[in-house]
Design a protein around this ligand. Structure first.
Ligand SMILES: Cc1cc2nc3c(=O)[nH]c(=O)nc-3n(C[C@H](O)[C@H](O)[C@H](O)COP(=O)(O)O)c2cc1C
Length: 139
């Protein structure tokens, strides 16, 4: 089965709390190990940016569940492609909090200084995630 990478942006739902993000990460990590999915989830007070990589069918199935999750909305796919190797193989689902996303990093990869994944191309989003990967410890 071909390795596939999917990147999407979404907006957090109402009643979102720190517990919600902890629940999401716990479920994601538990499920992703079973399906050989790796990746990273970036989050600030408004938006998510997530990269999933793994076998094509598993990435598709996982994304289908994510699309139906009412803890976020306005889900927009930024990139979907076959890949030769993973970039986040150490992370069942790495978490990058907003404090890691500095103004210079936002300016480098998007048009503005605030984190807004909708204003980024798929390529820019991917490059930003690669850069952020080096600034957080492996989980
Ligand atoms: C922003 C966000 C990211 C998520 N990431 C994942 C993920 O990487 N893997 C996963 O299995 N579920 C993820 N989920 C949870 C799914 O939407 C869904 O609740 C879960 O897969 C259901 O799992 P269950 O059938 O084992 O209860 C995410 C949800 C949100 C809101």
């Amino acid at each position: 089965m071909f390795l596939t990478r999917l990147i999407y942006a979404s907006t957090i739902g109402e009643h979102f709390s720190q517990h919600t993000i902890e629940d999401i990460l716990e479920t994601a990590r538990h499920n992703n190990v079973k399906h050989n999915i790796t990746g990273v989830l970036c989050f600030n007070c408004s938006y998510f940016l997530q990269c999933l990589e793994g076998p094509r069918a598993d990435v598709n199935e996982t994304y289908k569940r994510i699309l139906n999750d009412d803890r976020h909305h306005n889900i927009v796919m930024l990139d979907y492609r076959e890949i030769d190797s993973r970039e986040f193989s150490d992370w069942t689902m790495g978490y990058i909090p907003s404090s890691t996303i500095s103004i210079p990093i936002n300016l480098k990869f998007s048009e503005a200084s605030e984190f807004n994944p909708y204003a980024m191309s798929g390529a820019s989003a991917y490059m930003m995630l690669l850069e952020l990967k080096h600034s957080v410890p492996t989980l």
